[in-house]
Design a binder for this molecule. Sequence first.
Ligand code: ATP
Length: 231
Amino acid sequence: HQKPSSHDIEFRNVSFRYTEKGDQILRNVSFSVKDGQTVAVVGATGSGKTTLINLMMRFYDIKDGEILVQGRNIKDYSLNCLRRCFGLVLQDNALFSGSIYENVSLGNPDITMEQVVEAAKAVEADRFIERLPGGYNFVLHERGASLSMGQRQLLCFMRALVYNPGVLVLDEATSNVDSETEALVTGAIDKLLKNRTSIVIAHRLATIQHADKILVMHKGEIREEGTHQQL
Ligand code: ATP
């Protein structure tokens, strides 16, 4: 199992239902993302946006159609390789009870404190972290309850930067972020998406405007596809 060297992604006629007798959730979905480009997925609640991510990450198996990375079916990559290559950043950010360093490094001893500090600087989270008692060793309780939503998001972006995935799969948070952190979050998302193949369930206008392609989902189908100017 080799690592893909480019990250062109293609959905080819993907149809999907979660259970055999359940509703059809995706209908004949086809689109492609070129290496280094960003696709923003928008659409009403229940239109199938998260399902696209679930299938890319192989949380569920596809029976109808296929998803290709660099021309190869994702089933032909090991799960390990696939999940390392696809950095997933979800809305309900996956923080745990542990220090900031541990939350960003995920306990991987190969990731040094220096790398974590560098990631913090890249997303300008260093100032708020340095003000916390213990700084990078500050221990989060209850999934980061003592931090603001925006600060928690920044930690998740730092984790993504440190792991530097070939493909970023981002579910942009809808929750309100305090205005102080808002600009930092926007800047961090820009940095993460830049020159990286990305699929984003997008809620921010800036992300949608900067995307190379926008997919408008409607009841499991791609209703429209184009750039922000075209749509
Ligand atoms: P939202 O914007 O609310 O997150 P979405 O566009 O991401 O919505 P999906 O989460 O992909 O939509 O859901 C599409 C449909 O699939 C919905 O009708 C949902 O109820 C159904 N669905 C999602 N996950 C499952 C599951 N694990 N089992 C069965 N049905 C599911």
